[in-house]
Design a protein around this ligand. Structure first.
Ligand code: GDP
Ligand code: MN
Length: 386
């Protein structure tokens, strides 16, 4: 789950990281009121869950409350990378002397978190990694020991930071790491962390987190009801929301064969073999273990809601999940959704005869298969000539 900039920065502030004062507005007049309260120059920032807002015109400096109101009206009418802007953050504006990148992510290869810093802040770190990888300094963090000051000093020196800023940098880096760990995040990033000059709003810290981004591990959210509540359902596609509410792992892709599978590994194998036989999966979908009829029905609704889907492939391995339960789920869903596309089913394992019998007796034209290869080939053929 991605957090908005303002949410991430509020969390950062709880860990002692200096952020500009500011607040969120949903209307131009609210933006004006915040600017009046803050006094001095402000920056009006679209809150959408994509990067590159600056380039898209979603971040503007305002010298007066009047201007803040006008700019907020402008920004609130924008769509950025297809997402309508519903909220703006109005923050004290900083006079920026230097923009630094600072972030923590999980380094899977090293099996531990890595903190990265770069003097080339403000631009996307992926871009820096591509054109100037030496500009990114890294330290790996032992999760049992945590981030130590000698490591943050190494980063600060590595990016040539003004020695007068090493102390605040150390506090910010260690705060960021704690925010990352204690929120069960997979990413916590400040880009840019800025060295402030004299020209902006009064009383800003010498090192200030001007932008903030956090991605939380969905599997950790049950431990953080307060963070789980921060989910912005406006930012989810209807499909993503339905999948989450039904407890399904669903990722939409751009192929034409809808895949309904139980188990992530089996789902991946199914996608591979579909590709192998010349098809393209329309989605990744794991209905999970022990899936009951209603969950199967929800999954089928999701698949059929995708207009690109030209055939559906059911590949169910009945272990804990019983094939007859899945078959009932399929039938329930079919009654509801009345699909216009051919369907191929391969059900094996617990109660497979019963499952197959239910499907055959239902009167729906269901193509059956016994092996995965056969099922995939039939689905590819069916998608081509429905
Ligand atoms: P992003 O484009 O979505 O990553 O949004 P950021 O919050 O990182 O802002 C993009 C850029 O806008 C920053 O790199 C800065 O150059 C500029 N910016 C953001 N806040 C301020 C501010 O308070 N003062 C000034 N002068 N520039 C700002
Ligand atoms: Mn940024």
């Amino acid at each position: 789950m991605k957090l908005h900039e303002y949410q991430s920065k509020r969390i950062f502030a709880q860990y002692g990281i200096p952020i500009p004062e500011g607040d969120v507005a949903t209307t131009p007049s609210e933006a004006r009121a915040i600017a009046e309260r803050l006094g001095g120059p402000v920056v009006v920032k679209s809150q959408v869950l994509v990067g590159g807002r600056g380039k898209a015109g979603g971040i503007k400096l305002a010298r007066t409350p009047d201007e803040a109101e006008q700019l907020a009206a402008q920004i609130l009418s924008l769509q950025i990378k297809g997402l309508p802007v519903r909220k703006v953050l109005v923050d004290q504006a900083a006079d920026i002397r230097q923009e630094i990148y600072l972030g923590v992510v999980v380094d899977r290869a090293a099996a531990r978190p890595v903190m990265m810093a770069s003097s080339e802040g403000g631009v996307e770190i992926e871009e820096v990694a591509r054109v100037n990888p030496e500009a990114i300094k890294k330290v790996h963090i032992d999760p049992f020991i945590g981030l130590r000051s000698y490591q943050t000093r190494r980063l600060a020196k590595g990016i040539g930071l003004d020695p007068a800023l090493h102390r605040p940098f150390d506090r910010i880096a260690r705060g960021l790491y704690r925010a990352f760990v204690e929120s069960d995040a997979s990413l916590a990033e400040i880009n840019p962390l800025v060295a402030t000059g004299e020209g902006g709003a009064q009383g800003l810290a010498p090192l200030l987190a001007v932008d903030g981004k956090m991605i939380l591990d969905d599997n950790g959210l049950s431990r953080h009801p307060d963070l789980a509540e921060m989910r912005d359902i406006d930012e989810e596609t209807p499909t993503e929301r339905e999948a989450r509410e039904a407890g399904l792992s669903y990722v939409q892709l751009d192929g034409e064969i809808g895949c309904m599978v139980n188990g992530a590994g089996l789902a991946m194998a199914t996608m591979d073999i579909t590709k192998h036989f010349g098809g393209a999966p329309a989605n990744f979908l794991d209905i999970g273990g022990g899936a009951k009829a209603d969950r199967v029905a929800a999954a089928l609704r999701l698949i059929l809601a995708d207009p690109n889907v030209r055939a559906v492939l059911f590949n169910i391995f009945g272990g804990i999940t019983r094939c007859d339960e899945v078959a009932k789920g399929i039938l329930t869903a079919l009654e509801e959704v009345k699909p216009q596309v051919p369907m191929v089913a391969r059900l094996v394992g617990t109660n497979e005869e019963e499952g197959r019998r239910l499907l055959e007796e239902s009167g729906y034209a269901m193509i059956t298969a016994t092996t995965l290869a056969e099922a995939a080939q039939k689905a590819v053929a069916a998608a081509r000539n429905p």
